[in-house]
Design a binder for this molecule. Structure first.
Ligand code: MG
Length: 261
């Protein structure tokens, strides 16, 4: 008796489900539109037109700010805001150790920087950090090391293309002393929280002579010779070139340009 009741209930339930399914099937919904190529393409805004520089001389593209074209140091000053005292000759500028560091008059946020540098031949007695030591400071805070690491080992987070005292380069791409090296540096400025810590750390890509040394590497904080990186709130800042206290004479630069991003 009980089994018969259960069977009847089950049959009734199945009938109801079939009815509701058939009502749904009869309702008309719009069909999924067929995807066409143009549905995932957009045309505006168009990227601005930039005329590239010469591929051989690496001259500045049309929208770059030229920081040194071989003629004068008008884009530079010393750290006291006075005239930059480095020597300009033969289309290059050479570090004057007595004049100290120099930095751009203009400040920058995120950028693409092109800079060429050459370290002199040094006597073999000079080793490690004492061969062709200089550096490019991003926003006057974070040093990308310049050093003669051609057959010259040093602590790896202090060699050419390192984020100094932080991250070693992925390769040693040095040309011989007396030959020109090229750095292309792509830098993303940090964003700070209200409490003074990083919301987004600064990041940098460094390419030396066409070889990637830093691949969008996070910068941990300020460059400290003694101690560990610090987090200091800052805004836009200049590019600073280091006049290091090592004995290297004649560290030189040429063809420096920058593009804001
Ligand atoms: Mg240095």
């Amino acid at each position: 008796m009980r089994t018969r009741v259960m069977k009847r209930t089950l049959v009734a339930l199945m009938a109801c489900t079939a009815l509701s399914l058939s009502a749904q099937e009869q309702k008309q919904y719009p069909e999924q539109e067929t995807m066409r190529p143009g549905m995932s393409e957009y045309w505006t805004p168009q990227p601005k037109i930039v005329t590239p520089g010469d591929p051989v001389t690496h001259s500045a593209p049309s929208d770059a700010i030229v920081l040194f074209d071989g003629k004068d140091l008008s884009a530079w000053q010393n750290t006291k805001g006075e005239a930059a005292g480095w020597d300009v000759h033969d289309g290059i500028m050479t570090v004057n150790k007595k004049a100290g560091d120099i930095m751009t008059k203009e400040s920058f946020g995120s950028f693409q920087l092109h800079i060429e540098w050459c370290v002199p031949e040094m006597d073999a007695q000079f080793t490690s950090q004492s061969r062709g030591n200089s550096g490019v400071y991003l926003q006057n805070m974070y040093e990308i090391q310049i050093l003669d690491n051609y057959n010259n080992e040093t602590y790896v987070n202090g060699q050419a293309g390192s984020i100094y005292k932080q991250t070693p380069p992925l390769a040693n791409a040095m040309r011989k002393p007396g030959e020109w090296n090229v750095y292309d540096i792509i830098y993303t400025a940090p964003v700070f929280k209200a409490d003074g810590t990083y919301l987004y750390r600064p990041r940098v890509t460094v390419i030396q002579n066409g070889i990637v040394l830093q691949n969008n590497t996070e910068i941990l904080g300020t460059t400290e010779y003694i101690g560990f990186p610090k987090v200091k709130v800052h805004g836009d800042g200049p590019i600073l070139l280091q006049s290091h206290g090592d004995p290297s004479p004649g560290i030189s630069f040429r063809n420096i340009w920058i593009r804001r991003m």
